[in-house]
Design a protein around this ligand. Structure first.
Ligand SMILES: C[S@@+](CC[C@H](N)C(=O)[O-])C[C@H]1O[C@@H](n2cnc3c(N)ncnc32)[C@H](O)[C@@H]1O
Length: 327
């Protein structure tokens, strides 16, 4: 079973202990009902949001939903109440204060889905799946995770902040390197926008699975270690980073910066989405804006570094969109 999964929408019904969720993976979207103790755990996680919204409308709300397609929080009618639920659709800037509560609910849902799938380890602090596959030197055994299908970090589509960034300024013709490409979600995005894409990953099964996903545009997939780019002649105009930096041992971050710097021609850019979740441990290992500036600025001009606006709900507010230009 492949556990790559993104939470697309959910509906929490406290009145009848029922939670309905829609998740997406590489084979499309599917719905799941959480009942009994699984539903109750999610309803408990949703209790503060129910309380807050009930106080706001002056009626006891017992059902709410979040839909990732239009990024909106809605409430359902409460029997006997005069409150009109259609008056309460929260989205855009109004959603921001509720994001922490929505993330709490989303993580509870992911934890229950994993428990239902027979994984008793529960959710990682990031909401991603925490696995115990390690190599002999204690680092993460990515190949083992792909072989076991334990790839809960994967969105099964390009990360929305990267998709909007590149759709607004397509990198047509750029020689583009994607590091830690996984199953190639960003590789297909960039190739579709006209970039000449080389995508590397250290895990052979990731590369095999990426190659097996059809793309109408050519992509060169390679099994390779990002650290081996060190000292190679610069060959790329663009490097894309998405959850590779957070996957590596923090002690190797300067090596990562040096490898990416070596891969880029002067004036070339690193465009990345860095995970700044602020929790201890990993992977995924967190990073701060200050650390990124300190590590990258000797070799790169920091053109843009700010919290991404349209991250998926489980990572909202935790991702830094970066554009660093090679000096
Ligand atoms: C958290 S996953 C992210 C995968 C993909 N970017 C995504 O978002 O779905 C981290 C990826 O980095 C790869 N990786 C880890 N260390 C690497 C290295 N030294 N060189 C290349 N890839 C590496 C792993 O195999 C894994 O595919």
């Amino acid at each position: 079973m492949v556990t790559a999964m993104e939470l697309r929408s959910f509906k929490v019904r406290a009145a009848d202990d029922h939670v309905r969720v829609v998740t997406g993976d590489t084979s499309g979207d599917s719905g799941t009902d959480l009942l009994g103790a699984h539903a109750q755990a999610v309803i408990s996680a949703a209790a503060p949001l129910f309380e807050e919204l009930s106080a706001r409308v002056g009626a006891e709300l017992r059902a709410l939903s979040y839909n990732g397609d239009d990024d909106a929080l809605r409430v359902a009618p409460t029997p006997g109440s005069t409150f009109d639920p259609s008056a309460l659709t929260i989205r855009g800037e109004d959603l921001a204060p509720h994001v922490p509560a929505l993330k709490t609910i989303a993580r509870a849902i992911l934890g229950e889905l994993r428990a239902m799938a027979g994984d008793s380890r529960g959710p990682a602090p990031s909401g991603d799946r925490k696995e115990d596959a390690t190599t002999e030197d204690g680092s993460k055994d990515w190949e083992a995770l792909y072989r076991r299908g334990f790839t809960g970090w994967e969105l099964s589509r390009p990360a929305p902040p990267l998709a909007s960034y590149f759709e607004a300024s397509p990198p047509a013709g750029s020689r583009t390197l994607i590091v830690g490409c996984g199953r190639g979600n960003e590789a297909r995005l960039l190739a579709g926008l006209g970039a000449k894409v080389t995508a590397i990953d250290i895990a052979p099964t990731a590369i095999e699975q990426a190659k097996a996903i059809a793309s109408p545009h050519p992509i060169e997939y390679r099994e390779a270690d990002v650290f081996k780019l060190r000292g190679e002649p610069p060959a790329f105009d663009l490097v894309i980073e998405h959850t590779c930096f957070c996957a590596i041992d923090p002690a190797r971050r300067d090596d990562f910066v040096a490898a990416v710097a070596d891969a880029l021609v002067p004036g070339g850019a690193l465009v990345g989405l860095f995970f700044a979740h602020g929790r201890e441990g990993g992977p995924p290992f967190t990073v701060t804006e200050e650390e990124l500036r300190a590590r990258f600025s000797p070799a790169f001009e920091i053109e843009h570094l700010a919290v991404a606006g349209n991250s998926v709900i489980t990572r909202r507010g935790d991702e830094l969109l970066a554009r660093f230009v090679r000096r």
